[in-house]
Design a protein around this ligand. Structure first.
Ligand code: SF4
Length: 377
């Protein structure tokens, strides 16, 4: 049963867990639990939002790009969200989130989708290989705007993603509280009900944020949250050149935080390595990466706690580097494997439409912003 129309308002369910929504309906509107809980379920189950202001606050899908991959259609979409004031002109700057639906074929040959969500519009982290960094940080997204990306996938495209990864625009740990709240909604069994083990937070390596997240996953219901780290370099010299965050927290500090990451059954750390020709693709680099990962083994000292995810570089616009040749990727994987690194290769999808890893970001916004790499920790 939907909430009564005259009670609109006040409450957009997308940024709230069912418990929060029910409590707010009760305290603000005097609505009994069965009514508000059913309304909440219908929002996420049927896409039914009948109380208008809440519906108005849902960002509609604005643009859609599609690209065929061997596993199905990759869909990149944008949603308009409220803008921010600009000092150089009246009115609000118009902003959009970017999300990508990535098809996968599982072990059982079933087609599923992973939804890559943005946590910010733009990003302050300034990684030199990344399109989003060219925008700078415009603003962080609210929990409702983050969950709104899942809602758009489910209602606009009719796809309920199996996995949600925070690998779109932005550094999630730079928007910590809103990301945690969004995950609480995503995993709510009355809401999207995405299993916590199917949600992954990917960070540039904000050590203080990783430690906060480690505290969070000690809570019941959070143990199996996935963690992904963008390593991308074999040593501090190269990493500081690629990723300014490394000047704030170097690889030794990052490694220490990963060693301290809580150990619960089945929770692995995904270490991402974007292979960039002429930058981080030599045999010596593979040795250094292996040494970095060596302490990240399971308690038996044999099995990996960290899995290296090798990502062939997807050139950003005006990139100084090309994408690697297939042979270079294979060779680097071989070097890692020979050193005992458990490595998986990420298949590139959506590169031609700037929907692949590191390629999200508005060219329009970038064109009128100064590029200011920052470590704003
Ligand atoms: S790689 Fe991630 S953290 Fe680095 S600039 Fe791009 S979006 Fe930000």
């Amino acid at each position: 049963m939907p909430l009564p129309r005259d009670h609109d308002a006040l409450i957009c369910p997308l940024g709230l867990t069912s418990d929060q929504f029910v409590a707010l309906c009760k305290s603000s509107l005097g609505i009994a639990r069965p009514t508000s809980l059913e309304a909440y379920r219908r929002v996420f189950r049927d896409g039914l939002i009948t109380f208008s202001p809440a519906a108005a606050s849902l960002a509609p899908v604005e643009t859609t790009l599609r690209d065929q991959s061997p596993e199905g259609e990759v869909i990149k979409f944008t949603q308009r969200v409220s803008g921010v004031a600009r000092p150089d002109s009246p009115g609000l700057e118009s902003l959009a989130t970017e999300s990508v639906l990535i098809p996968m074929i599982g072990r059982t040959r079933q087609n599923t989708y992973t939804l890559c969500v943005s946590s910010q519009v733009g990003c302050a982290m300034g990684c030199t290989f990344c399109e989003t960094a060219q925008m700078g940080l415009i603003r962080s997204l609210t929990p409702a705007e983050i969950v709104g990306q899942w809602f758009a996938a489910a209602t606009h495209f009719g796809i309920r993603p199996k996995n949600v990864v925070f690998m779109g625009m932005g550094e999630p740990l730079d928007n910590f509280d809103n990301v945690i709240q969004a995950i609480a909604v995503l995993k709510d069994h009355n809401g999207p009900h995405v299993p916590i083990s199917n949600i992954t937070v990917s960070t540039v390596g904000r050590v203080e944020g990783i430690r906060r997240l480690a505290e969070q996953i000690r809570h019941d219901g959070w143990h199996r949250l996935g963690l992904a780290i963008s390593l991308n370099a074999p040593n501090d010299d190269i990493r500081s050149g690629l990723m300014p965050i490394n000047r704030r927290w170097n690889m030794q500090e990052l490694q220490a935080a990963l060693i301290d990451w809580p150990r619960f059954a089945g929770n692995k750390i995904c270490v991402e390595y974007v292979l960039i020709p002429g930058v981080n693709d030599q045999e010596q680099h593979a040795s250094e990466v292996a040494a970095f990962l060596d302490p990240l083994r399971a308690d038996d000292g044999i099995r990996p706690r960290a899995v290296l995810n090798l990502i062939p570089y997807n050139p950003r616009r005006a990139s100084p580097w090309p994408a690697p040749e297939e042979a270079q990727v294979e060779q680097f994987m071989g070097w890692l494997g020979a050193r005992g690194v458990f490595v998986k290769r990420r298949r590139t999808k959506g590169r031609s439409m700037y929907g692949a890893c590191g390629q999200l970001g508005s060219e329009k916004i970038r064109q009128r912003r100064l590029v200011q790499p920052t470590i704003s920790a």
